[in-house]
Design a protein around this ligand. Structure first.
Ligand code: HDE
Length: 728
């Protein structure tokens, strides 16, 4: 277990009983029968067919015992050697065609507001139920080994093991999508993935094909605004919202149907990295997000999300300017408020990555009684695609795998296929049969009820007229951001288009930005060499609107601070060297641990850092040395007092770089004592005498030591931050 986990454990207050009580989780119990603990096994090594093995280090060969150099050929007859290689040769399965890189964890859902008026789903009506869950978070574009912190949409897939069957919500951390119709998905994914001729770039949208696609599909305009915002570089998987994106339906016991969108919001607030930090972390710690989630859960600091619904009664389907079945549109909260009805918590890491996180398979088509689909054309295609892809990845019997198996009874006459596990006893394998074996369940007793939807029309390859409007919500999103968030969007576009080397791509994309926001377009154009004036060509069609908002709630990340502002689980680096003052360091560690954060000592070397007045044997062990752990891996930095310690840091190039980089990434920086304060000023190139305090944009100081919260929207606007210096 890593040092961070141990330290985080020290800071965790007792978790609520319901969270700890894993025996309440029927799915975890179900998995137990499959778990073998290799380190506690009393069984010695066997072959796959159970024969005990005496030697798996040497292949069976012809050797000449009388000749010390005699090494003859290896024998094909070695069934154990062959078995070992066979098994190894076939270890890999195809990675997911998208969302290949991800991390999973177990948890549970608890309802606090039943919704019988909307849905008869048991999980959405029973407040005494604890519904087991498995959650997988992912990036989209990169392959399994790509870095965590790339600019990308994050997948956020939920599997509820309900008493009425598995219910999967296969969501993202952004509420809209690039395309409206699932038939476009292969084109979209081909365009976003590495280019076909050279397989470059990995896990990036910053290339010609992606932006060519976006220009040619103006429906992607809204989504790319989100993808260029801070949402696409989250600080942690624990600090992201999630959205079901598609429009689903809820069906109540009276047979009434409502349209619904699902949303979940993290208890810790929504926070992001800054771009430079994300880029560096990609190399310094490619597992940054995976590790962050694993360590938090391992330490007992369980991330939690509020689960909400946005509901539109069936009769109001056509009352909006946008088509509510169009996945490139949000339902603005100002028009359709989110009702939070429950929460989910992730409280258990997987025991084995492959059999759980890699083999878990989600299907949008897997819904339970009380939940249904809509005619959202993206959803309809997804309902086909997910099941289909699992057949390639895992085989037709993928639902028998332990992680995918429902935690309720499964019984039917689907049969056979590769890798079937369950043995069905009995003379019949069809329905109806002379034994009346395995009858369907009437709707009145819990059988799935299909909504009797009236449908009329002609067959045509068309979408509804409102699907043609592509820019209103792209504008709405940009207008709803704070100024600093807007700057980040400008810079993200400038970065991405700078990586496109074909003028037709970046010039046309700049033209497209004029359709969204002329000032954004002009700024980006100036940076990347696009047109400096709006194009004369006619604007793409827009549909007249009656409810169009200029700004909408809940789009800017600033609207999602943690419910109680907190530095819990954030990592604070204490930068010191030989000669540091021991007592303030101890006090600071106590204070910061009490606030739930993780203090970590960073010094020029790891072993035996000697405090002022200490002996050469009495030093402390640092958590990391300055080269090993970089400022990017921490949320805040403290420089404690001690004249010799400061002098040592002052002569250390990496220490100065640490402070400058932390400042550039808008980390909270504290300095204790006049030497440390002066050093901080010098490191940052300022002529500072006295006490220095750097505050976040909202000026929040959350501890008496001057540790400030990192602003959720922290811009990389260095100049701006220079002006924020207060010199006293
Ligand atoms: Fe997916 N998507 N998708 N997608 N998607 C897959 O299914 C697909 C879409 C999302 O952690 C694949 O099991 C189509 C929207 C997540 O295992 C595949 C369309 C949203 C994950 C697939 C979409 C998503 C996937 C690849 C357009 C947000 C990872 C592996 C019609 C709501 C799930 C797999 C996990 C994975 C198809 C669009 C989210 C190929 C055809 C919109 C989180 O079946």
């Amino acid at each position: 277990m890593s040092g961070a986990v141990e330290k985080l454990k020290e800071t965790i207050r007792a978790a609520p009983e319901a969270v700890k009580d894993l025996t309440a989780n029927v799915k975890i119990k179900d998995l137990q029968s499959h778990i073998v603990d290799v380190t506690k096994s009393s069984v010695t090594m066997t072959s796959d067919y159970g024969a005990k093995l005496a030697d798996t280090d040497h292949w069976l060969k012809v050797v000449n015992p009388n000749d010390p150099n005699g090494q003859g050929p290896a024998l094909l007859e070695d069934q154990f050697g062959r078995e070992k290689l066979h098994r190894f040769d076939h270890e890999r399965i195809p990675e997911r065609v998208v969302h290949a890189r991800g991390v999973g964890a177990h948890g549970y859902f608890k309802l606090y507001k039943p919704i019988p008026e909307y849905s008869m789903a048991g999980m959405l009506n029973d407040i005494n139920r604890i519904t087991p869950m498995f959650v997988r978070m992912s990036t989209v574009q990169g392959s399994r080994g790509s870095a965590d912190t790339v600019r990308d949409v994050r997948g956020f897939a939920l599997k509820f093991y309900t008493k009425e069957g598995n219910w999967d919500i296969v969501g993202n951390n952004i509420p809209v999508f690039f395309i409206q119709d699932s038939i476009k998905f292969p084109d979209f994914v081909h365009a976003v993935k590495p280019e076909p001729h050279n397989e470059i770039p990995q896990a990036q949208t910053a290339h010609n094909n992606f932006w060519d696609f976006v220009y040619l599909h103006s429906e992607a305009s809204h989504m790319v605004m989100w993808a260029m915002s801070d949402r696409a570089i989250p600080r942690s998987f624990r600090m992201m919202q999630g959205f079901g994106v598609n429009t689903f339906t809820l069906l109540n016991a009276q047979g009434q149907r409502h349209f619904v969108k699902f949303v979940w919001t993290p208890e810790l607030g929504v926070h992001s990295l800054v771009w430079d930090e994300a880029l560096k972390l990609g190399g310094q710690d490619p597992d940054f997000h995976r590790k962050d989630l694993y360590e938090a859960i391992e330490a007992g600091s369980y991330p939690k999300w509020k689960f909400g619904i946005q509901v539109i009664p069936e009769g109001q389907e056509h009352e909006f300017d946008f088509d509510i079945l169009d996945s490139t549109k949000i339902w603005p909260e100002d028009l359709v408020p989110t009702q939070y009805i429950g929460e989910f918590v992730l409280n258990r890491n997987v025991d084995e990555f492959f059999t759980e996180t890699e083999q878990v398979a989600f299907c949008t088509s897997h819904v339970v009684p009380g939940v249904g689909f809509s005619d959202d054309p993206l959803l309809q295609g997804r309902n086909f695609s997910y099941f289909d892809t699992q057949i390639t990845r895992l085989g037709i019997n993928w639902e028998e795998l332990p992680i995918n198996r429902p935690a309720c009874p499964v019984m039917n006459f689907n049969r056979d296929g590769a890798m079937k596990h369950r043995i069905h006893k009995g003379k019949v394998n069809y329905w109806p049969n002379r034994f009346s074996a395995i009858p369907p369940t009437p709707v009145s007793e819990g059988g799935y009820s299909d909504y009797m939807q009236k449908v009329a029309g002609v067959k045509a390859r068309l979408n509804g007229p409102k699907f043609k409007e592509h820019f209103n919500q792209a504008r709405l999103f940009y207008n709803s951001l704070s100024p600093i968030e807007q700057i980040h969007v400008q810079r993200a576009f400038a970065f991405e288009l700078d990586h496109c080397d074909e003028p037709i791509v970046y010039e046309r994309m700049c033209q497209r930005l004029y359709d969204i926001n002329p000032s954004l377009a002009a700024t980006v154009s100036k940076m990347v060499g696009g047109p400096l004036e709006p194009p004369e060509s006619p604007k793409p069609p827009t549909v007249p609107t009656k409810t169009t908002l200029l700004k909408a709630k809940a789009l800017s990340q600033l609207e999602f601070p943690a419910e109680t502002p907190t530095i819990a689980t954030r990592k604070v680096a204490i930068l010191l060297a030989d000669g540091f003052d021991d007592t303030p360091v101890k006090n600071f560690k106590i204070a910061i641990t009490a606030a739930g954060a993780i203090p970590m000592i960073i010094a020029p070397r790891r072993n035996n850092i000697i405090p002022r007045g200490g002996s050469s044997e009495g030093g402390i062990t640092a958590d990391h040395h300055l080269e090993g752990a970089r400022s990017t891996m921490f949320d805040a930095v403290l420089i404690p007092p001690g004249p010799q310690s400061i002098a040592n840091l002052r002569s250390h190039g990496r220490a100065i770089h640490w402070i400058r980089e932390a400042f550039g990434h808008l980390k909270a920086i504290g300095a204790l004592g006049s030497d440390a304060v002066r050093f901080l000023g010098e490191a940052l190139g300022g002529d500072v005498i006295g006490k220095v305090q750097i505050s976040s944009m909202d000026g929040k100081v959350v501890s008496s030591y001057g540790i400030v919260t990192k602003s959720v929207y922290s811009g990389d606007e260095e100049q701006e931050w220079w002006q924020k210096w207060k010199i006293a």
